[in-house]
Design a protein around this ligand. Structure first.
Ligand code: NAD
Ligand code: GLY
Length: 369
């Protein structure tokens, strides 16, 4: 993608004294304004993002008076685990990080979630800066303060709410993002259209080709609008007492797919794509979603090269068992976000076992193809 129009867009996450800006621009721009000056900083990256962007970020920090240390962990979902958390915390001690220090999460959602969680517990909490480099992290995981790690039993079962001091989206970093990872991020973008903004969904349909080409102007708009929607939801319900659950449209099945298949087999966005198609099926049965709307969503996901069918031989029971450990589940009964139409969802639905399984069969069924 090109450099766009060179303009920086700022989206504010309005959380009173924990509020912060998301800066979306063609470079690292004024990233560090909110991070203060003259402290120790630990840059956390993975084995892909570190070699690409570590030097630029380190120079920027040093130019602002920071003294940097650097830790690189293996790329991939399996690093979002207790042992890597331990490695980061031990590195932080050895590097002399104190309560005024800054952790810089330079990478995709794995680095952001893991680094943010490390920042939330180190010395009972230090500041952290999100520098998301995957599309998925730019539109979703870097915003809103959910941090955490996985356990073998399920996704994100350990974590904390810990807001970053700032989020710096450098659109140029998307130039190096592998195609499959890029498309994975588009699943979360489609989600925003379904849960909040029918016009935005229409824009995604219209600009499908431009998005697949990573057109800079279209991407800047799409990332900006996605961040605005997420910021609006988080500002109303930071700790997911209710409304914030809508950000998890499609995620109950998605998290189960990731856990049952093994982390990394389906990328997070790929699992979300399947989960969205599944949630649409349940929504048709329980919430009045029209089959036309369901079809439009499925077509858009397919247009982005995302999976919309699960292999027929995958059994339901193991997935259903993991769904009981979903954080929205109460006494093992998962609570669902369901769509009335594109742009309007409701949360807190309990769905009968028969309906849950029937939707799953439909997801696997060739007659939806
Ligand atoms: P990821 O962090 O594994 O990144 C995807 C891959 O792309 C990795 O191999 C990474 O090294 C590589 N990469 C990232 N940026 C790159 C770049 N610019 N150039 C080249 N390679 C690059 O995965 P992800 O899709 O970014 O994030 C998924 C994670 O985010 C999951 O763990 C998911 O649970 C979490 N998540 C969290 C939230 C939240 O609110 N905290 C929301 C959504 C997802
Ligand atoms: N990705 C879901 C949330 O941030 O609440």
């Amino acid at each position: 993608m090109g450099k766009g129009d060179g303009m920086e867009k700022v989206v504010h996450v309005d959380l009173a004294d924990r509020g912060y800006d998301i800066r979306i621009g063609p470079d690292f721009g004024s990233t560090l304004e909110a991070a203060g000056e003259g402290r120790a900083a630990l840059i956390l990256a993975d084995s892909h993002t570190g070699p690409l962007y570590r030097d630029a970020v380190c120079h920027m920090l040093e130019n602002n008076g920071f003294i940097c240390s650097y830790l690189e962990i293996p790329a991939g979902e399996s690093s979002k685990c207790l042992s890597q958390l331990g490695a980061i915390l031990e590195h932080a001690v050895e590097a002399g990080l104190d309560r005024k220090s800054l952790l810089v999460a330079l990478g995709g959602g794995v680095i952001g979630d893991l680094g943010g969680f490390a920042a939330s517990v180190y010395l009972r909490g230090i500041s952290f800066l999100q520098i998301p480099t995957s599309l998925l992290a730019m539109v979703d995981s870097a915003v809103g303060g959910k941090t955490g790690i996985n356990l073998p039993q399920g996704k994100n079962l350990v974590g904390a709410f810990h807001q970053p001091v700032s989020v710096a989206v450098n659109l140029a970093t998307l130039e190096t993002l592998p195609e499959r990872e890029y498309r994975s991020g588009l699943a979360e973008v489609v989600k925003y259209g379904i849960i909040y903004d029918e016009d935005f969904f229409g824009y995604l349909e219209k600009e499908q080709d431009a998005l697949l080409r990573r057109d800079a102007a279209v991407l800047a708009h799409v990332i900006g609008r996605s961040c605005e929607i997420k910021a609006a939801v988080v500002a109303q319900d930071e700790r997911e007492g209710g409304l914030r659950a809508i950000l998890n449209y499609g995620h109950t099945l998605a998290h189960a797919i990731e856990a049952v298949f093994g982390y990394g087999v389906y990328l997070h966005g790929e699992a979300v794509s399947l989960g969205i198609v599944y949630a649409n099926c349940v929504s048709e049965a329980r919430c009045g979603l029209s089959s036309d709307a369901s079809r439009r969503v499925q077509d858009l996901l397919e247009g982005f090269g995302l999976p919309v069918h699960i292999p027929r031989d995958v059994e339901w029971n193991p997935l259903r068992a993991v769904m009981s450990t979903d954080k929205k589940a109460q006494r093992g009964v998962p609570k669902f976000v369901l769509a009335e139409r594109i742009g309007a969802v409701q949360f807190g639905f309990e769905v009968s076992e028969e309906a849950l399984e029937a939707a799953y069969r439909s997801l696997a069924s060739p007659d939806r193809q």
